[in-house]
Design a protein around this ligand. Sequence first.
Ligand code: ARG
Length: 558
Amino acid sequence: MEKHIFAMQISHLLGEEFSRDWVYSQIETPKQEKLGDLAFPCFKLAASFRKSPHKIAEELAPQLKHDLFTSVAATKGYLNIFLNQNFIAEHTLKQILSGDYGKHEFGKNQTIVIDLSAPNIAKPFSMGHLRSTIIGNSLAKIGESCGYQTVKINYIGDYGTQFGKLLAAYQKWGNEKTVRESPIAELNKLYVKFHEEAKSTPSLNDEGRKWFKRLEQNDPKALELWKWFKDASLYEFNKVYDLLGVQFDLLRGEAYYNDKMETVVTLLKEKELLQESDGAQVVRLDDQALPPCLIKKSDDTTTYATRDLTAAIDRYESFSFTESLYVVGHEQSLHFNQITHVLKKLHFPWASHMKHIAFGMMLQDGKKMSTRRGKTVLLEKVLHEAIQLAKENIEEKNPALPNKDKVAQQVGVGAVIFHDLKHDRQNDVEFSLQDMLTFEGHTAPYLQYSYCRAKSLLLKGGFDLKEASPSLIVDGEWPLIKQLRAFPEVVKSAWQDYDPSKIARYLLDLAKSFNQYYTTTKILQGEQMKNRLTLVYSFSYVIEEGLSLLGIQSPEAM
Ligand code: ARG
């Protein structure tokens, strides 16, 4: 709020040429606290006003007035303001106590569709799918905090030529009993074997294609196997979703579109966008400097692109989305670019509201992890290891804790989620079980622990929300209040950049401020205990809320 008011006043004084948004974007936080709370650099104004930046700052300073500011100073070309700490503290804490702190309304009456997770059946749940699940789930929560309605869709990969390959492999080498015992592992083995054998026997690939064709034509044997593989895979995936605490609004995989693709193909034909190329049907995208989008292969089967085009239209027809997000790794950028351009050629105005929320790869020894080469770290194992480690920690530090298993799950899973979300989503992440399972430093357990510390203070001090006292107080609290104050803006900017890491990093700073306060202040003593506990409560509220936006739970004690 204060930043907006500061920007508005300056913009007003400078004249129309300098919009409030522009001024706002220039405002900085001084490196040294003694210089002020907010600073506006006047350097870029020098040319327009033909005055030195310092002179401009000096002229502006006396004209800025508001209850929120205690003083305004011109320092070396900067306009620095000092905030009225009492006023702001009270205002912030009151807002937090009101119960919907960090929430926005700008997304009201708008729907965001989020395509997330989307693992492929008969294959292990990969690290890439983990990233998609975690990032997508967090974005949905952040979007909801901004007032949007969200629809989370799990578009599982249950279709495509690779199923033909799997069916062919199962017919050749499969064994019903072993597949029933551990479906994903066995099916993945078959899939890997298929690729190895196909290197020396390329005719296998034709067999794979034939099986896919049978599947597309609803051949009963192909359908029966497909359904079995799919149900068995979903059963395994659900274990991961349960551990992560992720739910979907819609489970709608690629196969769902099997009998719906003709409409799109017809539409493309009508608009004369479909062209033949080596027996296949493509939409040329030369004008976009993109390779053609393959719609039908030469054997008349459909492609990943055909299904995504059909699904995109279906999503718009079902939800009239404001935005349709695809939380999928960078390596599919070309695919989403092609899809979007084909839809634009079909003149769907909403095509420009489709966004590929790309993220980096999970690397192992600097290389991409691949299911095809069979080199996948099994995610469920990672999660269980994290939980186990959390359990050992509890046994060692707090053996009398009730609900140990539940807390261990909250902490272990939280560690894995945070390890992912603290990185800028665009970057590759080197997979390191050790890093994921470190509970100190920049981790979720550290944040959860800070929350527990606050909760225990509140309990010891007999804090009662009804008697909260939101007022400032003494020195030492201001840094923490300033951090708390930033939360709503952080949520908004995490949404605008589709980047949960903004919240993750904010929470680390917030917890640091709190821990500093905790070690330097005697909270449970003296007359102002109630005021201090109100601040502690406010911290606990914001950190719990922030963690929940990342999909991480906050145990009351650990
Ligand atoms: N199943 C795909 C894969 O693992 C990801 C699907 C992403 N979503 C989409 N609408 N294409 O590569």
